[in-house]
Every structure is written in structure tokens, then in C-alpha cells.
Design a protein around this ligand. Structure first.
Ligand code: SAH
Length: 187
């Protein structure tokens, strides 16, 4: 089979994370959900590392714990909003990931929201190491694009000598395909 080079959004986010995160690092999954990214990060940080995984839904944290199995020893599951991240994370962080939208296959109606997402990204930028990254997978469908436009407006104002903000997307996908924002802290 041909090797894929142009990756879809979630695999691309994982590739960026794998490039930056090393064994022993502290990292953040700001939207644990079903725990797919939490598990991936737990594998990257190894036994000496730590993943701080946030979700406002207890149900999501339970699903994440189940997905982690024995890897749970590397993860702090935090039942609180990611906007409160600095109350829990005191270490310098190598990377953080967000998956915006709602938890698929549930009907709780709980979705991420522009104001708290932006608050969390600004807070995480403070504790991010130089060369550290934040990946944000953005689904526009859940609220008619409101979170997406507020986020783009806020992030495009970040000082370019401090952080680079890039957008990666496949432009020939049907049905509101997600796009990826990548922030890299420069100093
Ligand atoms: N990466 C996940 C998908 C996450 S879906 C997976 O592998 O399944 C988005 C998640 O963000 C939902 O579980 C929702 O409960 C959570 N969420 C919404 N607002 C939040 C907030 N303010 N802080 C932390 N998590 C939040």
C-alpha cells in the first residue's frame, strides 16, 4: 500500500506531538473525552513522565481511565475545566492538545466553548517550554462555527515573536471536516 503523506487532522496532530514530546515530559490533554489522545500522550511520556488530562464530564474521565489501563499511573485525571489548568499544573509543559467540539456518541450536549478554550490556551502558553507546542483540532459543526471564529480572531493576535500559530487543513473534504491549529512557543 502507498504510504500516506497528507495526513488527516487527528493523525497529523499526533505526529506533531510525537516530534516534540520526549520521555519524562509533563504534557496536557485539555479535552480527555474518550481518552484517545490521553493514551497516545501517556505512551510518549513514558514511566517518568506525566499527562494532566482534563474533562468536565465524569463519564469522559471514566472512559479515559478504561482506555488507559495500566498506563493510568502516568496520568492525572482532573475533573475540572481546562480554563483552571494553572491550579493543577505547576511544571513546565512540553505540549498540550485540545480536541474542540463534543464527545461523540453521547447526548450530554456539553461542548467546548470559545471563552474557556481561549482562556485555557493563554494559561497553557504561560507554562509551555520554549519549543513546546499546543495542537487544537477544531470542528466547526457543533455551534455553527462560533467557537472557531472566536478562536481564530484571538490566536491571530498573539505576538509573532513569542508564538507561531499555523493552520493545517484538507480543503477537499465534505461534511465540515475539522482543521488543525498548531502553536509553537518561541521564547
Ligand atoms: N480527544 C477526545 C475527544 C474530546 S471531545 C477523545 O479521544 O475522545 C471534547 C471533550 O471536551 C468532551 O469530553 C467535553 O466534556 C470536554 N470539555 C468541554 N468543555 C471543557 C472544559 N471547559 N474543560 C475540559 N474539558 C471540556
Amino acid at each position: 500500500m502507498t504510504q500516506i503523506t497528507v495526513h488527516r487532522i487527528l493523525p497529523m496532530a499526533k505526529r506533531f506531538l510525537a516530534k516534540v514530546v520526549a520521555s519524562g515530559d509533563a504534557v496536557i490533554d485539555a479535552t480527555a473525552g474518550n481518552g484517545n489522545e490521553t493514551r497516545y500522550l501517556a505512551e510518549l511520556v513514558g514511566d517518568a513522565g506525566c499527562v494532566y488530562a482534563f474533562d468536565v464530564q465524569q463519564e469522559a474521565l471514566a472512559a479515559t481511565a478504561q482506555k488507559l489501563g495500566p498506563l493510568q499511573s502516568r496520568v492525572k485525571l482532573i475533573h475540572d475545566g481546562h480554563e483552571n489548568v494553572l491550579q493543577y499544573v505547576k511544571h513546565p509543559i512540553a505540549a498540550a492538545t485540545f480536541n474542540l467540539g463534543y464527545l461523540p456518541y453521547t447526548d450530554t450536549g456539553i461542548t467546548t466553548k470559545a471563552q474557556t478554550t481561549i482562556q485555557a490556551i493563554n494559561a497553557i502558553l504561560q507554562s509551555l517550554k520554549c519549543g513546546g507546542i499546543i495542537t487544537v483540532s477544531v470542528y466547526e459543526g457543533h455551534d455553527g462555527g462560533a467557537e472557531s471564529s472566536a478562536l481564530l480572531a484571538a490566536l491571530s493576535q498573539l505576538e509573532q515573536s513569542v508564538v507561531h500559530v499555523a493552520r493545517y487543513e484538507l480543503i477537499n473534504q465534505r461534511n465540515n471536516a475539522p482543521y488543525l491549529l498548531l502553536l509553537e512557543k518561541l521564547k
